[in-house]
Ligand binder design. Sequence first.
Ligand code: RIB
Ligand code: CA
Length: 374
Amino acid sequence: MSLKRFLLPAALSVACLLALPAGAQEAAKEKVILDTDMVEMFDDGVAMTMLAAAPNVQLLGVTTLSGNSWVQDGTATALRQLELEGHTDVPVAMGAEYPLRPDRHQLFKTERLLVGRGHDVWTGSFGLEKPASWQAAYKARYGSAPQLAPVAQHAVNFIIDAVRANPGQVTIAAIGPATNLALAVRMAPDIVPLIGRVVYMGGAFFQPGNTTPAAEFNWYFDPEAAHIALRSPFKEQVILGLDVCEKVIFRKEHYARLLKTLDASPLAAMLRGTFVGEHFEKDASFTHYVWDVLVAAVIIDPSLIAREVVRFVDVNDQPGLSYGQSLAWAHDAPAGAQKARIVTDVDVPRFWNMLNDPRYWRSIPRPQEAGAAH
Ligand code: RIB
Ligand code: CA
């Protein structure tokens, strides 16, 4: 298939958007809240950058929570990336520090011995020391004072207010555990029919998990929250679980291409310093996944979705071997289970082209340009 064929759908929708008058262009953008367990310049960070820069998206805000990182750390790294990228108008709201089940952090090590995969897997904030505050996390990581700060509002209230202010229009991109979303629908059930759609990175429906044999990280971190969210009768739920994410293999050639695209931007150094960057730098055969980046990509260009199935879905919230497992039924589902679109394939070559589209990275000031401007 030709490059032209790959690039055409996204180019067309952006061209249509640009043909509209300025006010109509703003109104035609998809309003997105990114709910994230942020890490810098890897999957959550790249997803945020793309959504912030996408011409057809209005990023209403970034809501953070613990998962990959403690919420204090994720908030600090979200702010730092937005500062470097010049996206200083995107509000960041800090959210849930702990999953819903009491004492989950304390019980986690024992639980892992009982139901874990039997070798070292990523345990996110369950295995990391909690920073005293987001400011302390920022200082420890970057050695300087932040330019931006999170809004005073809690992430859950931010979500509730943003949805009420934009009824039927907000897409929630849920790329971490579902804690903030579950709390929002419990605190304000009226928002459920007002949410345009929820696009999740989570679950592993038709294959093993990546944190226990049964469960994927985001939904294992807070199974009760995922259970509440998935069972909420949203207008639309779209799920990109391991079923599709593990078909998009991040190889050294993709890493090198992205570094080239980033050029002299400070994000290139950030990418090199990530866990994946360090591995790629010393081992050319290393491979990884880009999970959350796929959520951003299909929001920006839904035509990337090559195959999906519609199923009733749920998450097992009963502790034991299958705690956090994602469940899907074609019919005869348990009462209350809702339908979701489970994406099983995306157009992989077109995805890599999209990731390297300069429009997501071009506007990021290079150090020499920033210096010249002063
Ligand atoms: O299982 C992958 C998911 O867990 C991704 O969202 C990753 O960022 C972590 O949150
Ligand atoms: Ca994530």
